[in-house]
Design a binder for this molecule. Structure first.
Ligand SMILES: [Zn+2]
Length: 223
């Protein structure tokens, strides 16, 4: 077996060792000041499988560039990819068919137009899914809001309001449902304690898989 290459060791006052795989697949080890290098190497050997898997995951990730709003560019909607098509004389600003059609007149404000459209679709779909799971579970939000949050998929307000990022509408429906259920359960259980996760699991037995999708595809849902 090949020896695993450590790209960097950062020593500090910390008490435990942490392994970090960076975005460019480098292996960085954070360790207490006096940990012998030999000890670190042994630990790395034991974690070989985990390290290889993480590096492989990052290598396989698609490279995501900021959007240019040109014909043929791919946009996500409910987990499916649609090619952008610029159309003359389109009835509305945006229409979703086999392609994502945008009216040529909206091109100078393409980003804003598309975000507004995503927000409307997000509210529609998330409201529908909330109602469905509210019936199933008995947890009912007082209101639902769509936000522009970049890092938080959803949150639960103090008075039973639920907030969701419009970016969620780019993810597959199973993932939308997971975030909806996660926030609905928060109406009952505020913290992420064991009880919280076991409630989520009784509603969505495979929630871990759905949560993993969000972690692994964060970069894909930017605009
Ligand atoms: Zn939560």
């Amino acid at each position: 077996m090949d020896e695993i290459k450590i790209d960097k060791v950062i020593r500090s006052h910390r008490k435990t060792i942490a392994l970090v795989i960076t975005q460019d697949t480098a292996l960085v080890v954070r360790a207490p000041f006096f940990t012998p290098l030999e000890y670190i190497q042994k630990l790395i050997e034991r974690k070989r499988f985990w390290i290889n898997r993480k590096q492989e995951e990052i290598r396989k990730r698609p490279i995501v560039k900021p959007k240019e709003f040109v014909s043929g560019e791919v946009f996500l909607f409910l987990g499916r990819s649609y090619k952008l098509e610029i159309v003359d004389g389109l009835q509305s600003d945006i229409e979703l068919r086999d392609t994502l059609q945008i009216s040529r007149t909206r091109l100078p404000v393409a980003k804003e137009t598309l975000i507004a459209w995503y927000k409307e679709r997000a509210l529609e779909k998330i409201r529908e899914r909330c109602e469905w799971y509210a019936k199933l579970t008995g947890y009912k939000p007082t209101s639902i809001k769509i936000t522009g949050a970049k890092r938080r998929w959803g949150s639960c307000g103090p008075r039973g309001t639920l907030n969701f990022s419009w970016r969620l509408i780019m993810t597959p429906l199973e993932v939308v449902d997971y975030v909806v259920v996660h926030e609905l359960v928060h109406l009952e259980e505020k913290s992420h304690a064991k009880k919280f996760w076991s409630k989520v699991k009784t509603i969505l037995h495979d929630y871990e898989k759905r949560e993993r999708w969000l972690k692994e595809n964060k970069a894909a849902v930017i605009l």
